[in-house]
Design a binder for this molecule. Structure first.
Ligand code: HAM
Length: 425
């Protein structure tokens, strides 16, 4: 017997009912993003591994432990994308966009892959809606991106989300900050967890993000690291937060917030939804002013974020937001007899050509079973064709709500359906 085949751990199917909820959320997200002038890009889900190795940081968990890497048939090192920013920058450069001076505002929707230990809200294939703005160094741009993130979540129905922000400084500040943190944490070396002992070697900033209580309490004593921020970075951050306040968006400065990717500079942020347990970040992002240049382009300031759709769906459930179900087909065509089934297909195609969503089956089911199927699918109108109707060149039209029936001619029935649907709208 063949082995039972199942989806890989940490990946899952979305069956139609759930997929239609996802469609509604994605559609809403697109509406908001278009309102802010973002345009969609679609990049491949696999890239040469270099795209991520050059950008995310060699010491990050993603690069160290979580990338799906393989050699393709041409022996090229390939990665399934673990996130969208690096791919967007690769596309930005490949199409010479860094040589134009215009502001570029892109968004993407799609699957990302990280080999993490699966748990609630943490999947190996998960889905993001992400945005990237290239070409603006203004703190108002940081504010607009954060305001849009909160606007997006609110219009999806998520009200309990909190925006946490921090200032990670620029590349000139970083060595001084790291030096300070290294000295501080070396003094507590014995008490750090094994992961943080390693982080101390490669990037002590990341210790601030450790979830282990002992490391967190040690990290609390290190908070003066922000005094190493230069005036320009401090001013930029203050202006971004002031600008955010003027548009009525509340944010919470969090000096522990450091992010799991190395490309961030200046403003970094995360949106947490407190009810979600350990994986409570529903979105995150920040400014990454050096990345385009580091990946081989002209210096181009940039800022963006991504939300995780699985976690957004969990937050919507926690807030008991009702997502309207997909529209059922308007018409079910029920046919009795082989000849009538042939005619049913003709009629279905006429209805669809007129813009009407219509379904029917071509099995030899009883009329009763076909009516049950129509009912189950929520079709408000059933058109019936049997021997009688075939002989007369008519169809019987049944209104499922009132259970009233009427006769229509073969030629006139599509118009009659349209008339009834318009009247009901
Ligand atoms: P990130 O923080 O790695 O940032 O991911 C963004 C969001 O994706 C997270 O807040 C979370 O909601 C979701 N997410 C991440 N990993 C998983 C997972 N294993 N399972 C389920 N959801 C997950 C980025 O990816 C950056 N590229 C964001 C960005 C865009 N920064 C600037 N532009």
């Amino acid at each position: 017997m063949a082995a039972r085949l199942e989806a890989l751990g940490g990946t899952s199917d979305l069956l139609p009912e759930e997929a239609s909820r996802w469609q509604a959320v994605e559609q809403k997200a697109r509406q908001v993003l278009h309102r802010y002038g973002f345009q969609e890009i679609r990049t491949p889900i696999m890239e040469t591994a270099e795209v991520f190795l050059q950008s995310l940081g060699v010491a990050t968990e993603i690069v160290q432990k979580q990338m799906y890497l393989f050699n393709d048939r041409g022996d090229r090192r390939v990665a399934l994308r673990p996130e969208g920013t690096a791919s967007a920058v690769r596309a930005f450069l490949e199409h010479g966009m860094d040589k134009t001076s215009s502001l570029t505002k892109w968004y993407y929707v799609g699957p990302m892959f990280r080999a993490e230990r699966p748990q609630a809200g943490r999947r190996r294939q998960f889905h993001q809606v992400g945005v990237e703005v290239f070409g603006s160094a203004s703190p108002h741009q940081d504010a607009e991106v954060m305001a849009m993130l909160m606007h997006l979540l609110k219009s999806l129905g998520i009200r309990g989300a909190m925006l946490m922000v921090n200032n990670l400084g620029c590349r000139n500040d970083r060595p001084k900050m790291l030096e300070y943190l290294k000295t501080y944490f070396l003094g507590h070396h014995m008490d750090l967890c094994p992961d943080c002992k390693q982080r101390l070697e490669v990037n002590p900033l990341r210790i601030l993000d450790c979830k282990i209580e002992r490391c967190r309490s040690i990290a609390k004593g290190s908070m003066q690291w922000s005094k190493w921020l230069c005036k320009d970075c401090a001013d930029h951050y203050d202006k971004a937060l002031a600008s955010l306040r003027t548009v009525g968006v509340e944010c919470h400065p969090d000096p522990h917030l450091v992010r799991g990717l190395d490309y961030y500079t200046k403003t970094a942020f995360e949106v947490v939804y407190p009810g979600l347990g350990a994986q409570n970040a529903i979105g995150a992002g920040g400014r990454y002013d050096d990345l385009v240049e580091r990946m081989g382009g002209q210096p181009t300031p940039a800022v963006g974020f991504a939300i995780g759709l699985e976690r957004v769906m969990m937050a919507l459930e926690a807030e008991q937001v009702a997502i309207p179900p997909a529209q059922p087909p308007a018409v079910y065509v029920a046919a009795l007899g082989e000849q009538a089934r042939g005619k049913a297909l003709e009629l279905l195609q006429h209805l669809r050509a007129a813009g009407i969503a219509a379904v029917g089956e071509f099995e030899a089911h009883s009329l009763r079973r076909q009516m049950e199927n129509a009912n189950r699918q929520g079709c408000p109108i059933v058109l019936m064709i049997g021997d009688d109707e075939l002989a007369k060149g008519t169809v019987t039209l049944r209104d499922m709500a009132t259970r009233s029936q009427a006769e229509a001619t073969w030629e006139g029935c599509v118009d009659e359906v349209l008339r009834r649907l318009r009247a009901a709208a």
